[in-house]
Design a protein around this ligand. Structure first.
Ligand code: GDP
Length: 358
């Protein structure tokens, strides 16, 4: 093997001298293949208008996705229905390509009557599953575009006392379809103690109302202590208290995304000020693949099983119906035969009686 091939296969000269089959290179083969293909991730945001969704998305991915946005006025919002808007951006980092789709739900919770606010969101998630199911059972399985929603960032208002009825209803309607990550929006409007108590209350309510938000995977016992501690911190930080900003602030010789107030400056990426960084790391660096796995293995499998069940039920009913019509046909056939026999007998009798009279 040439020096270059050895390097590519991550082998040393010593390895080559040993008896070496070579399956240790499997991870790098997989790595090369997946990097070539690129990655996709679909993130949905929901929560009432003004909670800072667009600002947070821009801050998370350092983009400006909402340049052409038109915010409806109060009158327009009275009977507003929820729109579904998809933004897709391609991001490349160190040669790794990510096609990121953001699904926005403007109008969510804005109307006077919000009874079925989440219905459009639910329908959208189902449509993506349905499309994937069709593609998977179709001819061109190799080139399926995966548009399934991998994660829903659900924004909760910092101004209420815990969850509002619409939050409970919505999360309960969607938790079987998507990985929900609840966020405590605009955390800079709360004191540290308020953030702490609101988080505790919301976690209690999530449990009390039986809402199944995204569960961070359990750590294996052989995982190092630092990793286990980080995972525990993540679990204890739900709902993540977040702050967003589209503005770069200059302060003490540094320039950063932040919010400037008469009494001081809030730094979006400062872990002391909010959980923003924790959320971004979790979403992008540590749990993106797990969110995709859970979507595929649990939410999509649920959908698929339900689909197959209802299709089987329909087929059984159809078969029953066709069996029924076959039985009906046979009955009719035998009745006709019987009637024919009776007629023949009557005819015979008539002929005999005619012959007798002649
Ligand atoms: P959206 O309607 O949920 O997308 O909300 P926007 O992102 O448009 O934000 C609505 C308003 O809240 C804007 O004036 C933002 O500047 C402001 N805002 C956004 N994020 C934050 C935040 O974290 N803290 C505070 N205090 N204001 C925010």
């Amino acid at each position: 093997l040439t020096a270059q091939t050895l390097k590519r296969l991550k082998l040393t000269k010593k390895d080559q001298d040993k008896e070496y089959v070579g399956f240790a290179t499997l991870p790098s083969q997989v790595h090369r293949k997946t990097v070539k293909k690129g990655f996709t991730f679909t993130l949905m945001v929901a929560g009432e208008t003004g909670l800072g969704k667009s600002t947070l998305i821009n801050s998370l991915f350092l983009t400006d996705l909402y340049r052409d946005r038109k915010v409806p006025n109060a009158e327009e919002r009275i009977s507003q229905t929820v729109d579904i808007i998809k933004h897709t951006i391609g991001i490349e980092e160190k040669g790794i390509k990510l096609r990121l789709s953001i699904i926005d739900t403007p109008g969510f919770g804005d109307a006077v009557n919000n009874t079925a606010s989440w219905k459009h969101v639910e329908d959208y998630i189902d449509q993506q599953f349905e499309q994937y199911f069709r593609d998977e059972s179709g001819l061109n399985r190799k080139n399926i575009q995966d548009n399934r929603v991998h994660c829903l960032l659900y924004f909760i208002s910092p101004f209420g006392h815990g969850l509002r009825p619409i939050d409970v209803e919505c999360m309960k309607a969607l938790h079987v379809k998507v990985n929900i990550i609840p966020l405590l929006a605009k955390a800079d409007s709360l004191t540290q103690a308020e953030v702490h108590s609101k988080k505790l209350k919301m976690r209690d309510e999530i449990k009390q109302f039986g809402i199944n938000i995204y569960q961070f995977p359990e750590c294996d016992s052989d995982e190092d202590e630092d990793f286990q501690r980080q995972e525990q911190i993540l679990k204890d930080s739900i709902p993540f208290a977040v702050i967003g900003s589209n503005i770069q602030v200059d302060s003490k010789g540094r320039r950063f995304r932040g919010r400037s107030y008469p009494w001081g400056v809030v730094e979006v990426e400062n872990p002391v000020h909010s959980d923003f960084l924790m959320l971004r790391n979790m979403l992008v660096r540590t749990h993106m693949q797990d969110l995709k796995d859970v979507t595929r293995e649990i939410h999509y499998e649920n959908y698929r099983a339900q689909c197959i069940q209802s299709m089987t039920r329909m087929m059984v009913q159809e078969r029953k119906r066709s069996n029924q019509s076959a039985t009906d046909f046979l009955l009719l056939f035998f009745q006709l035969r019987k009637m024919q026999e009776v007629l023949e007998r009557i005819q015979e009798q008539m002929q005999q009686s005619q012959r007798g009279t002649c």
